[in-house]
Design a protein around this ligand. Structure first.
Ligand SMILES: Cc1cc2nc3c(=O)[nH]c(=O)nc-3n(C[C@H](O)[C@H](O)[C@H](O)COP(=O)(O)OP(=O)(O)OC[C@H]3O[C@@H](n4cnc5c(N)ncnc54)[C@H](O)[C@@H]3O)c2cc1C
Length: 392
């Protein structure tokens, strides 16, 4: 292989792009990843930072997603103990909470079952005598507090750690570098890719192209010829705020009393992270930012459940979800990853839509399987389930 060819070009240095780079490098392929700004500068640095099965996805029967995410949670807790930490989660149930204690109990039982009944899937109610220790949680009308376990991470640090492991396996990173275009060369069975790095236009021939550009997925697809298939999507903005003050007992999973959406109130270093919202977004993904009404929405929820808390906002950030277009409320739409590829013949192009931080390893492995038919024979050099990940 010459320096101007490689097996796979990946566009996008979010968790999915680096996940594909790691999986493909571990499978023995030569990868170039192109990232326009910085690793995790898109959605992957603006998530809720949870490595979780997604308890609430049980309500929409996304069982496969929950099972896979719980499996990945277990793997990441093992591989990245300094990046992914097990944390207690609390679900307070008040007299007027829609989800009744028994229903949450059934949900937690199913969650434990899908997690293989491992020791970290145990859950229980918090005794009434311990409610006063719950970080100032309001006890007016409180009936039950469920406690179970999920995990938190630093999403940007995790993304960088996965890319480092891909580089250790031989992957190349061009960052900052802008993907300019890709043209399918039928005779050579691959793509001719152009990108711009440090003001210099560079070229590569690759067998396969992966569009992992997150909210920019369609903008990148528009630069590919012939035009690849595209999915009709909605971009939905999710905002978090960071409040001063610590939480000592873990995460609180509350329900906004006025629209019943789930909101997380989470420890974040020595501050408190609260999110998220769902606001339709149209425009340049790079310009997404918290809206005044989102800040009030999140503050109102915190004030309701933690009436004594200081509501000084230290910081805030917004990320963009990619959801299949539809009339259903964003909160209820499926969160499964969608892979789009050429309609027929061997797969040279894959675009990744949506997905979860938690499932990046499974996503990477799936993309490599999809591309297998066009990649040369290669001997695997590593197993991503055995590569430790460490913070920078
Ligand atoms: C508010 C919110 C909260 C979430 N919370 C969680 C959670 O707690 N747990 C969980 O598991 N999942 C969560 N998710 C889902 C998860 O964060 C996303 O699915 C994931 O981060 C998407 O990663 P990505 O790599 O596809 O996209 P991104 O992280 O957006 O990466 C795309 C990258 O492509 C780059 N790019 C774009 N165009 C070009 C170009 N022309 N040239 C080069 N590079 C380009 C961008 O700069 C960007 O870095 C959340 C999502 C949102 C929106």
């Amino acid at each position: 292989m010459t320096s101007d060819t490689c097996d796979v070009v990946v566009v996008g240095g979010g968790i999915h792009g680096v996940g594909v780079a790691q999986a493909a490098s571990a499978a023995g392929y030569h990868i170039l990843l192109i990232e326009q700004t910085a690793l995790a500068s898109g959605t992957s640095g603006r998530s809720s930072k949870l490595i979780h099965g997604g308890l609430r996805y049980l309500e929409t029967a996304q069982l496969r997603l929950v099972r896979e995410s719980l499996r990945e949670r277990a793997v990441l807790l093992r591989l990245a103990p300094d990046l992914v930490r097990r944390v207690p989660f609390h679900i307070p149930i008040y007299r007027d909470t829609v989800r009744r204690p028994w229903k949450v109990g059934v949900g937690l039982s199913l969650y434990a079952l899908l997690g293989g009944l491992a020791s970290d899937t145990r859950f229980a109610t918090v005794p009434r005598s311990a409610w006063a220790d719950l970080d100032g949680l309001s006890t007016r009308g409180l009936q039950t507090v469920w406690r179970y376990y999920d995990a938190q991470t630093d999403d940007a640090a995790l993304t960088r750690a996965v890319m480092r492991s891909a580089i250790n396996l031989g992957a190349e990173l061009a960052c900052p570098a802008d993907f300019v275009s890709a043209t399918r060369l039928l005779k050579e069975e691959g793509y001719h890719v152009t990108y711009r790095e440090a003001g210099v236009e560079k070229e590569r021939f690759c067998r396969a192209l992966v569009n992992a550009a997150g909210p920019w997925v369609d903008l990148v697809a528009q630069r590919v010829a012939p035009a690849p298939p595209r999915l009709a999507i909605d971009l939905v903005q999710g905002t978090h705020i960071i409040l001063s003050g610590r939480l000592t007992q873990g995460v609180y999973y509350v329900e906004a009393p006025w629209d019943r959406r789930a909101i997380f109130v989470m420890p974040w270093y020595d501050r408190t992270l609260v999110g998220t919202t769902e606001s339709p977004y149209i425009g340049d993904p790079a310009l997404v930012h918290p809206l005044p009404e989102e800040l009030s929405y999140l503050k109102k929820a915190v004030r309701h459940y933690f009436p004594e808390r200081n509501l000084d906002i230290m910081d805030g950030f917004s990320g963009l979800r990619i959801l299949p277009q539809g009339n259903v409320r964003p909160f209820r739409r499926p969160r499964e990853t969608i892979f789009l590829q050429e309609a027929s013949g061997p797969v040279h192009y894959v675009a990744i839509y949506g997905g979860k931080l938690t499932g990046y390893r499974a996503t990477g492995a799936h993309v490599v399987r999809l591309l297998q038919g066009v990649l040369p024979q290669a001997a695997p050099v590593a197993d991503t389930a055995r590569i430790p990940l460490t913070p920078d």
